[in-house]
Write a protein of this length. Structure first.
Length: 67
């Protein structure tokens, strides 16, 4: 059975992108003290919780509609 994603981490990732638009997952991981794979793995859970991000061609994440 899969573990339920940590809602605190999900919110922290969304907040980080709000404060640092255009961040790559590696930047988010460093900023939050997480493993890069954890950030990548949690990205779909953000959408499930209504935190919408868009990704540009260079892999940078932006709050939806703010590119």
């Amino acid at each position: 059975m899969a573990r339920k994603p940590d809602s605190n981490r999900i919110e922290a990732i969304g907040h980080y992108v709000d404060l640092h638009p255009g961040s790559k997952p590696i930047d988010i991981a460093r900023g939050l003290g997480l493993e890069p794979s954890s950030v990548t793995r949690l990205l779909p859970a953000l959408q499930e919780q209504g935190i919408l991000l868009s990704e540009d061609r260079k892999g940078r994440l932006w709050p939806f509609g703010q590119q």
